[in-house]
Write a protein that binds this ligand. Sequence first.
Ligand SMILES: Nc1nc2c(c(=O)[nH]1)N[C@H]1C(S)=C(S)[C@@H](COP(=O)(O)O)O[C@H]1N2
Ligand SMILES: [Mo]
Length: 326
Amino acid sequence: MLIKKPSDILSSEITPRDLYLRRREFLQQATALGLAGTLFPASGALAQPAVPVTEPGKLAKLPGKPSPLSATDKKTPYKDVVTYNNYYEFGTDKAEPAQYAHKLRTRPWSVTIDGEVRNKKPIDIEDLLKLAPMEERVYRMRCVEGWSMVIPWVGYPMAELIKRVEPTAKAKFIGFTTATQPDTMVGLRLPVLEWPYVEGLRMDEAMHPLTILGFGLYGEVLPNQNGAPVRLVAPWKYGFKSIKSIVRITFMESMPKTSWNVAAAHEYGFYSNVNPAVDHPRWSQATERRIGEDGFFQPKRKTLLFNGYADQVAGLYTGMDLKKLF
Ligand SMILES: Nc1nc2c(c(=O)[nH]1)N[C@H]1C(S)=C(S)[C@@H](COP(=O)(O)O)O[C@H]1N2
Ligand SMILES: [Mo]
């Protein structure tokens, strides 16, 4: 195929050209050395696949009660959800996370709870899984690059965790941190972003009923490339807010640092709400292409304010100038 997908064009625009070329070179060398194909022994079989997961039925079942907060849009095929990913710790090409993330060790796993909070004890992933009843939430997800998917997540409201750990009165924001496993995350060798990947929400955003901790998709535990064993899902924000493979949740008095804002503050703000009226400095955000559904030559579909969740979330931002606080 000689036709370039928009994502390929974008990844070369997002990273400076020299970095992009160095990355190509690095990947060619890594492949030549056989680094790319090294298998790590699997322990805890189902939670940690020994081979890339590209089809359903390979991972442990994780059912969730269907939620009334689910979207009725047609779901994106499983295959697309697990092979077209952004997870820069495993490379910046869309196909790389599915190729390399099976090496990620997802057990043992614990999440540090710290900062302005009473119950600072680390929570083991097995306890986190049992903390509240699982729900299935079908959400539209919109990447800042101009594509979208509809994913049946399995998880429970972030508010369930927040209530139990008892934030202090000073806690106004929450910072999230992704794991760093230099031996499994080939992408960490490239200075594309500052590692670890960090993200954040304002406390009222984190408490909003639409904000969930995701542990699965399509009725099974998360494939590693989608952020196993636990990730954030905030469907009215650009995809990069939904941080993967979380190891730390920090309650803060002031606004946390976020990776994309640190990398390019003029392009990525803290809020990052999906907004067709606020363009990215290098491209329009007015339209999007639904992966697995919209043909390449089909006209793009209109992007909706707050990704179509305005009725639920607009109240969080009353009085804010969303053009300035993007
Ligand atoms: N740790 C980490 N989390 C991340 C990213 C990343 O590179 N690293 N990419 C983000 C971006 S840009 C998007 S669009 C979504 C993609 O999630 P998906 O691959 O499950 O669709 O993950 C987000 N979370
Ligand atoms: Mo994204």
